[in-house]
Design a protein around this ligand. Structure first.
Ligand code: FES
Ligand code: FES
Length: 931
């Protein structure tokens, strides 16, 4: 062990000595270099993550002599002679090792990007306090942000870390579905060895940096780029639109593709790239973008929907009249007549803003050219879509592009679109050298897609006994400068804006409108969360007007198996919304009583309220092909290779798909070797979005597993009832007391290198929608309902959520722990959307000003899992990813109305808006009394 004296910064040699995870190290960095950089780049301890480089996210938390610090804010010179502990060193600490295990058994790590920081912060607590209470845990991890889990499982993992370790679930053959299996990729996440986009750098890689528009709209002209390269040693090239060898136009929906890699003459939004500089990493890092030779001419920008739609407004894309990207329409019955004849009507107008995805891992990756092929390793939700767009951009066949997804540190929809990939591809292609690109937090927020701001108007009518008759819904979505997922939002919302209710007369019209703002794209729910905010509040108003209990109103109108949806689809089976509401009924009644009691007794400024909201969500693409293909191979050693290309962005598809496949095949989970998303190794499982992986890829895995089982049985002439035992180098089939074996080591290998290969494709059966949006857009829906209990400080306007109870019909809970994790994470994002999150392009492009919920904001969440099996889902399963976020915000907003009688037209319900609305309501009341 080195002495403290030896562990010093040596000014003479320019070295700094300290200890990391009990090992002495000497580095030769500048003393002012961030400790996080030294740990990652020089010591290869990439378990320490960088989410912001500004002290806002806590992902880089390490222990400095036992105290948690943000390594991005500590200069390495400051740690000379000190002891640093990173996530990689936690297994040597008793508390750290117990925490790692507890995180696994509790499902506290989803994407894993925050996990190292969380574990380190929690270790510091447990080292000093062996039995912390909940608020001490929340304090300890309060500086570390998590965007996936909703914190509850993390808090519980820390609280339980000192108890006897829970045994790991290890189900027998055929018994994996329904088990709380530890996620198969969990160990790497808690040990810090998981590889995210920024965690690998090929030797000699150059760095890439984009030059982006500082204006919402600007014409630009480059200066002398050749001289700039010549005058800056270490800069190898500048790439612009003229360096795109293929078609300089990409987009997630090919029919609407409109985005160039680099703007041509005019930037259509702030943050749009106009050029990329490629060079030695140190030079690129030190590059001041202001020194880049480009002259900007700022132009008047269209930022609001109304301005973009105004007659004579300049067109952002010349071929799109009125700046309308696309319109959506679902019409059924005669809505005008039904509203005119309704006993009771209610109407409203609601607006929501941009919401930033705020995943903890900014976009990152590297690329290299191999002959006439290109390989890109980066964080992505959609490897095959990336492959196709990169091939188009480079002008090469898709087979010449290999996409290797890294672990994804949160995506929620934004990593469906290209980010670093085209810059990496072009740089590697032209320079024939490996290149790497890592977005800064500001670059990530400025340039990547957001949740669509929505402006919604709606009117609904019902009979005097509460039967819904009609809903008239219109919505405009600010889709920003490029199409991204605007068409999907415009198409999906009209199908869902009724909520999970029978509405015989219905009209929903939507428009996605271009502006000169950052493109809006996919964000958990594709516009449905915004629509639910409007529709669920309106239904509360209707219930109040007919004098009905708000939950009973919903139960009365809930869809059943045999009632048609607003597109005329009759599901026949698996419509579990009524069961969700009924599961909440006793809790609702108790919460209503307790709230009334509290409000009748309180004398201070606090008022409580309870709110309810329902939701439904179609799994998979809307009326479009949506296939997944899964391949499994039996190896000579008796192990089973599962090639599943569904990218696990933290939601757990690696585990869930394996559980499904294992039970279909009848093999134990620990026989499987997982080969995940790599376009050279896995067939296309489509994108990870629209809550489709459990359903679509899970179904393909079920089919492939069944196929392999049948192939084995056919080889031994066994019947379907036989049991199969997978053993080392052999398979034993037992039937009526007789055992027949396959000696795998003697069997020939097929083209895939397996003894037997099974491959299956599943594409959900849907039908296209007619002019009125009638048809069957989805093969199945997930259903759910949330109840929020809140407390409002009527003087400050602050809202505290006390509890959320969430009932979800998941068809079949393949892995209850992972499903609860999705629900709790969805609740946290819904809470953020309801109360605090709004992004203003050009302002607060960091995690300091853009607030997402931290541990202290999250209430207890009780999940109730309803299993009304889908006839088509694997083992009856339905999706849960998007479903979980949809009802939280409207439930909170309904609780706000319940507590203080206000309806906010503009969401989020920030304290200033709540306080202003309370004061306005008071004024109106006083005026009414005087009048
Ligand atoms: S990276 Fe250090 S706090 Fe975010
Ligand atoms: S698990 Fe916490 S950010 Fe993903």
């Amino acid at each position: 062990m080195a002495t403290t004296r030896e562990l010093q910064a040596d000014v003479d040699t320019g070295t700094i000595a300290f200890s990391v995870n009990g090992r002495s190290v000497v580095v030769s960095s500048s003393p002012s270099q961030r400790l996080s950089r030294v740990l990652r780049d020089e010591l290869n301890l990439t378990g320490t993550k960088v989410g912001c480089d500004a002290g806002d996210c806590g992902a880089c938390t390490v222990l400095l002599d036992g105290e948690p610090v943000c390594a991005c804010l500590v200069a390495v010179g400051q740690v000379a002679g000190n002891e640093i502990t990173t996530v990689e060193g936690l297994q040597h600490s008793p508390a750290g090792a117990r925490l790692q295990h507890s995180f696994l058994t509790h499902g506290a790590a989803q994407c894993g990007a925050c996990t190292p920081g969380m574990l380190v912060a929690a270790t510091a607590l447990l080292d000093k306090n062996h039995a912390p209470n909940e608020s001490e845990v929340m304090d300890a991890i309060g500086g570390v942000l998590c965007r996936c889990t909703g914190y509850r499982k993390i808090i519980n993992a820390v609280l339980d870390a000192q108890s006897t370790a829970a045994p790991e679930v290890s189900p027998e053959s055929g018994n994996a579905v329904g088990q709380r299996l530890i996620r198969l990729d969990g160990k790497k996440k808690v040990e810090g060895s998981e590889i995210f986009g920024a965690d690998e750098t090929p030797a000699g890689a150059l760095a890439v940096r984009a030059i982006r528009s500082p204006h919402h709209r600007a014409r630009f002209q480059f200066g002398d780029l050749d001289s700039f390269v010549h005058d800056h040693p270490g800069i190898h090239a500048i790439l612009t639109a003229k360096d795109v060898p293929g078609r300089d136009c990409y987009g997630v929906i090919p029919r609407f593709a409109d985005q160039p890699v680099f703007a041509h003459n005019e930037a259509r939004h702030r943050g749009e790239a106009v050029a990329a500089v490629v060079g030695d990493p140190a030079i690129i890092e030190a590059l001041d973008p202001a020194s880049f030779p480009v002259v900007w001419e700022e132009l008047p920008a269209l930022k609001e929907i109304d301005a973009a739609l105004a007659p004579g407004a300049p067109r952002i894309h010349t071929n799109r009249e009125e700046n309308v990207l696309v319109r959506g329409r679902v019409v059924r019955g005669n809505v005008d007549r039904a509203l005119a004849e309704a006993d009771v009507t209610a109407e409203g107008e609601y607006e929501t803003g941009f919401v930033e995805h705020a995943y903890i891992e900014p976009e990152a990756g590297f690329a290299r050219r191999i002959g006439d092929h290109i390989e890109i390793q980066a964080c992505t939700q959609s490897p095959y879509m990336d492959r196709s767009d990169i091939a188009t951009i480079l002008g090469i066949p898709p087979e010449n592009v290999r996409i290797i997804p890294t672990a994804v540190g949160g995506g929620f929809g934004a990593k469906l679109d290209l980010s670093v990939q085209p810059f990496l591809a072009l740089a590697a292609w032209h320079l024939r050298k490996p290149v790497r690109m890592v977005y800064s937090r500001t670059e990530s927020i400025t340039s990547t897609t957001k949740r669509h701001p929505a402006r919604m108007r709606l009117r609904a009518g019902c009979t005097r006994d509460g039967k819904l008759l009609a809903l008239d819904f219109t919505a405009d979505f600010n889709t920003g400068a490029y199409s991204s997922w605007g068409p999907t939002v415009a198409a999906r919302v009209p199908v869902h804006a009724s909520g999970p209710y029978y509405v015989p007369h219905y009209r929903a019209l939507t428009r996605a409108v271009h502006t000169n703002l950052v493109p809006a794209g996919a964000f958990r729910g594709f516009g449905v969360p915004q629509a639910a905010i409007a529709q669920e509040q309106l239904y509360d108003d209707l219930a109040d007007r007919v004098g009905m209990d708000r939950l009973e109103f919903r139960i009365l109108n809930a869809l059943d198996d045999d009632t048609p949806t607003v597109t005329g689809q009759v599901m026949g089976e698996g419509v579990g919304i009524r069961a969700c509401f009924e599961a909440l009924r006793p809790k609702w009644q108790a919460a209503r009583r307790q709230t009334a009691e509290f409000n009748s007794k309180t004398t201070g400024p606090l008022r409580r309220g309870v709110g309810m909201a329902g939701m439904w969500y179609g799994c998979g693409n809307t009326s479009l092909p949506n296939p997944s293909t899964v391949r499994i191979g039996l190896k000579r050693d008796g192990r089973i290779a599962l090639h599943q290309g569904a990218v696990d962005i933290g939601q757990g598809s690696n585990t869930i798909v394996t559980q499904i496949c294992a039970d279909a095949l009848g093999a134990p989970i620990d026989r499987f070797d997982l080969i995940s998303g790599d376009t050279a190794l896995t067939p296309d499982c489509g994108k990870t979005s629209a809550s489709r992986q459990t359903f679509v890829t899970g179904k393909a895995a079920h089919m492939a597993g069944t196929q392999l089982r049948n192939a084995v049985l056919a080889l031994v002439k066994g019947c379907a009832c036989a049991s199969i035992q997978f053993e080392d180098s052999r398979v034993a089939v037992q039937e009526k007391g007789e055992i027949r074996t396959l000696a795998l080591g003697d069997m020939p290998l097929d083209n895939h290198g397996y003894v037997i290969t099974a491959e299956a494709t599943f594409d959900p059966p849907t039908s296209s929608l007619d002019h009125d949006g009638q048809g069957s857009p989805y093969a199945l829906f997930g259903f759910g309902a949330h109840m929020a209990e809140i407390e409002v400080d009527t003087e400050l306007g602050t809202v505290r959520v006390l509890k959320v109870t969430a009932a979800h019909d998941v068809g079949r809970a393949i892995n209850p722990t992972l499903i609860e994790g999705q629900i709790e994470g969805g609740v946290a994002q819904g809470l953020g959307m309801a109360l605090m999150e709004e992004f203003f392009p050009g302002r607060g492009e960091n995690l300091h000003d853009y607030l997402i919920p931290s541990a202290g904001d999250i209430p207890p969440v009780e999940s109730i899992l309803i299993e009304d099996p889908s006839p088509i889902g694997p083992f009856g399963a339905k999706g849960i990813g998007e479903q979980a976020v949809i009802p939280t915000a409207p439930a909170i907003l309904n609780a706000l109305h319940d507590a203080v009688g206000i309806r906010l037209r503009k969401i989020p319900a920030t304290p200033d808006r709540v306080r202003a609305a309370i004061l306005a309501a008071k004024k109106t009341k006083t005026g009414e009394r005087r009048g």
